[in-house]
Design a protein around this ligand. Structure first.
Ligand SMILES: *[C@@H]1O[C@H](CO)[C@@H](O)[C@H](O)[C@H]1NC(C)=O
Ligand SMILES: *[C@@H]1O[C@H](CO)[C@@H](O)[C@H](O)[C@H]1NC(C)=O
Ligand SMILES: *[C@@H]1O[C@H](CO)[C@@H](O)[C@H](O)[C@H]1NC(C)=O
Ligand SMILES: *[C@@H]1O[C@H](CO)[C@@H](O)[C@H](O)[C@H]1NC(C)=O
Ligand SMILES: *[C@@H]1O[C@H](CO)[C@@H](O)[C@H](O)[C@H]1NC(C)=O
Length: 819
């Protein structure tokens, strides 16, 4: 039997492609001297354990940032259990892990610099191997282990991996990162196994319960062997008598003990059917008992999930990093000029930093003690017994719980106007009746989705959710803790999709440092444009993305507010809106980073032939044909409709004009500068514009009346642009007519109205005179007529007669295909 050659070759091709697929992941059991793993093959070039539970190789930790890690290969998401270079990720090109001929295993970065290495130089090591326990070992030819990853745990302990006097576990900085955070699990000098927060300002022990002594906590400090071990059954035993057991005790289950980034120590089991992790034990059932969680002056609250917030009279230092806590909104002085009062924060305790402790003290006496002592910043009054007074020299480890039998009383200057302290706290959510609720929703969704990769210190940080807490009455951030998330949400599928969302959005939007942007723009060398809101420069990011960097001129906002506002724009995602990739907020610098749009702005093309005072550089400008013009009109309308209706109702552009409509390489329009009106107009009451914005000629008449501004100002601006697209020249220019200033627009509209009225519906010959003569008759009459009609209705003096942007889109769509 003979097959036709075509079939033979197809079959051959299939076999070939199948085999090449199958071999695309190379699972190695050993790594021998002289061999390497390359970062370029990070997904495929792996060292695996014989039972394939664990894999080891390069792991992506950020945009172009990789670590050398070991992870569970069997869980749905890669669960990293060990990392060689957690605080020093390497480049995505040219980095490698090699077992050198001198017996050292080294991780080198793109420039060849050694980021990490083992201490086995000159030994008999001849191969590396990943054991079924998840231990990466270097062995000599007779099988002796000369180095093992178990000796340097990161945030996770695996069964059979001992914790000793030489090792400790350090939490990750934030969810999704592996960089070192501030929480530690270790044997203290007195032989007791502890959890501690070791932050930039303080360190504080929080497990076992710091209110009790070692023996009350069921521990001992007499056994100095300092060794603890988790076994395969799920039992953890320590030489200080600390012990705990997984709720699913038994063999055959994959387990890990992880010090999560929220400071809680949790034991997890892998559910092999769903390939997900469940918590089977945790050190602190109440997450707010973790010290240091909310930084200095910060308070952890259950709502019911744990969140951080600042008490009255204090404000957040860095919304992206709660470790920095809150700072007072006043200067604490000790002279007699400053009068102090107290604000009660109910059911709240600040642990530690007691100046003094007075049992059986009245509240008045406690106040007096705190007022008299200059070092006193607050006191906690417990209602147990006759009342106990703790005066505080500093506020750390704050937490609020409805069952806490007492309150914190903050000593604040009277000049702060304590009665209005709550209301006067700057909030991200204004009480704007029209926009309030929408905005709050938007915030909750958006801000939580901005993940920041700070390349400066090479630490990835997660931003946190924002929400509004009525109890304290200020904006606060919620920790989206992996553990908390896991406890509350694991298994119901929400967390997974949320995290996917996280990743998708986060990869695009982040905070940049000023130095980074200075470098990207070569110290703001190439200016792309200049406008009322700032100057735009071209730049190239480290990952080769070309960007437009806008330096804002008149932003009066604080960093916190700016950050929140801008994060919202980061979420706006529409093909007709310029994508924002990030921002920078450092000192007085406020910059926005946008995608770079190829073909400059609409005015350059539209008015290239006419005398246009604003277009001094017309490189690459060309006459737009009719199809392109229609597409630009429609796309711009869609972008504005999205801003007004679909996305976030409160986004009014306020400066719609051809200069703000950019064209990509397909001449698809992208609206720039939306939302800027908000950034520079804040600080007043709600969403009132304190001064006129926009550009003369494109501004609706109501700007000059004392009425609230609505989205109809954009409809007006769009109307002018639409008519200019048809006419091919500026209509917004003002000319002197009989000694009075008048816009070309008015004459155009006047002529247009008359012509439409004069003619029958079927007769559209009038259109000829009104369309750009440069097109030489090459245009669609029906479309042109419709556009003129729409344009005229958009520039109605009475804004209630103007259509909405949604209606404009609908009207344009109706005549889209009629050519
Ligand atoms: C390498 O370091 C580990 C842990 O510090 C130690 O136990 C081991 O003996 C060292 N190996 C060599 C060859 O120095
Ligand atoms: C100290 O702890 C180790 C490990 O748990 C144990 O084997 C040893 O018996 C303990 N020593 C004493 C004196 O209890
Ligand atoms: C606190 O003092 C500093 C420096 O003396 C000053 O710049 C700042 O404005 C003061 N803050 C308040 C709230 O008074
Ligand atoms: C404040 O109280 C502490 C503890 O009682 C005391 O040591 C300190 O001297 C007091 N400071 C002042 C200024 O009274
Ligand atoms: C304190 O704030 C309230 C509410 O904002 C205001 O009515 C009152 O006049 C303020 N008092 C002082 C002394 O500023």
């Amino acid at each position: 039997m003979r097959f036709p050659p075509a079939i033979v070759s197809i079959v051959f091709f299939l076999i070939l492609s199948y085999s090449s697929l199958a071999s695309s992941v190379t699972k190695k059991d050993f790594m021998y001297k002289g061999s390497s793993l390359l970062v370029e093959d990070y997904g495929s070039d792996l060292l695996t354990s014989p039972d394939e539970t664990f894999a080891c190789g390069f792991y992506q930790v950020g945009t172009n940032a990789y670590s050398f890690s070991i992870w569970f290969a069997k869980s749905a998401e890669r669960m990293v259990v060990w990392t060689a270079n957690r605080d020093h990720p390497v480049n995505g090109r040219g980095s490698r892990v090699s077992l050198r001929r001198d017996a050292t295993m080294v991780l080198t970065d793109v420039d060849g610099s050694i980021i990490w290495s083992t201490n086995t130089t000159g030994t008999m090591v001849d191969k590396a191997e990943l054991l079924n326990t998840g231990n990466l070992v270097l062995k000599d030819p007779s099988g002796n282990i000369l180095w093992q990853s178990f000796d340097s745990p990161t945030d996770t302990l695996l069964p059979s991996q001992p914790l000793t006097r030489h090792t400790k576990m350090v939490s990750a900085m934030a969810i999704g990162t592996h960089a070192s955070g501030y929480f530690t699990f270790y044997f203290d000098n007195d032989n007791v196994l502890r959890l501690t927060y070791d932050g930039p300002e303080i360190s504080s022990l929080y497990w076992p319960n710091p209110d009790f002594d070692v023996f009350t906590n069921g521990r001992t400090n007499y056994n100095s062997s300092r060794i603890a071990l988790l076994d395969d059954m799920g039992a953890f035993l320590s030489s200080d008598r600390a012990s705990f057991f997984a709720s699913d005790m038994g063999s055959g289950i994959k387990r890990r003990l992880t010090l999560d980034y929220d400071g809680n120590l949790r034991l997890y089991s892998l559910d092999e059917s769903t390939r997900s992790w469940t918590v089977t034990w945790e050190a602190l059932p109440r997450p707010c008992d973790v010290h240091g969680l909310c930084g200095r002056n910060g308070v952890c609250t259950y709502t019911p999930k744990p969140k951080c917030s600042c008490p009255p009279g204090y404000e957040i230092v860095d919304p992206s990093d709660w470790n920095k806590g809150c700072k007072p909104k006043f200067n604490r002085t000790c002279d007699q000029t400053q009068q102090y009062g107290f604000v009660e924060v109910p059911h709240t305790d600040f642990w530690g930093f007691d100046l003094d402790y007075n049992p059986s003290s009245s509240l008045e006496h406690c106040m007096k003690l705190c007022l008299e002592n200059c070092s006193c910043e607050a006191f906690v009054y417990r209602l147990t017994g006759e009342g106990t007074c703790y005066t505080k020299s500093a506020l750390f480890n704050g937490h609020s719980a409805s069952d806490f039998p007492g309150s914190a009383y903050l000593k604040l200057p009277r000049s702060l106007n304590l009665t209005s302290a709550k209301a006067a706290t700057p909030t991200l959510i204004t009480s704007d009746p029209d926009c309030g609720s929408n905005k709050a929703d938007a915030l909750i969704q958006v801000v939580g989705f901005s993940r920041m990769y700070n390349t400066n210190n090479r630490r990835t940080r997660w931003a946190y959710f924002y929400d509004f807490v009525y109890a304290i009455g200020i904006i606060e951030a919620l920790f989206l803790a992996s553990g908390w998330w896991g406890l509350y949400r694991r298994g119901d599928g929400v967390s997974k999709s949320m995290e996917d969302g996280y990743r998708a959005i986060s990869s695009q939007f982040r905070k940049f440092t000023y130095a980074e942007l200075k470098k990207a723009t070569e110290v703001f060398k190439e200016e792309l444009g200049r406008g009322g809101s700032g100057t735009v420069y071209k730049g190239v990011l480290k990952d080769d993305r070309v960007v437009a960097v806008k330096k804002l001129g008149d932003v009066i906002q604080g960093e916190e507010e700016f950050w929140a506002e801008v994060s919202m724009f980061g979420r706006v995602n529409h093909m007709n809106l310029v994508k924002m990739w990030g921002f920078c907020s450092e000192g007085t610098h406020r910059l926005l980073v946008y995608e770079y749009v190829e073909n400059e702005s609409l005015n350059k093309h539209l008015f290239s032939n006419a005398s246009d005072s604003n277009s001094n550089s017309n490189r690459g400008a060309r006459l737009l044909n009719w199809k392109e013009r229609f597409r630009i009109a429609l796309g711009t309308a869609k972008g504005l409709a999205y801003l007004h209706h679909e996305c976030l109702e409160w986004v009014i552009h306020c400066d719609v004009k051809p200069e703000n409509i950019l064209l990509d390489n397909n001449f698809e329009p992208k609206i720039a500068d939306f939302g800027l009106a908000k950034l520079s107009q804040r600080g007043g009451s709600g969403f009132q514009f304190s001064r006129i914005r926009g550009t003369k000629g494109y501004m609706a008449p109501e700007w000059f009346l004392n009425v609230p501004i609505t989205a109809k100002v954009d409809v007006y601006g769009y109307g002018v642009v639409l008519l200019e697209i048809v006419k091919g020249s500026r209509l917004s220019d003002w000319v002197m007519v009989d000694g009075e200033e008048e816009a070309d627009l008015m004459r155009f509209v006047w002529v247009g109205r008359n012509k439409i009225d004069e003619c029958d519906d079927d007769d559209d010959s009038w259109v000829e005179d009104m369309v750009d003569p440069e097109l030489k008759g090459q245009f669609n009459k029906q479309q042109a007529a419709k556009m003129i009609e729409i344009g005229i209705s958009c520039v109605e003096e009475d804004r209630s007669k103007r259509p909405t942007m949604d209606e404009v889109v609908q009207a344009l769509l109706q005549c889209e295909c009629e050519d």
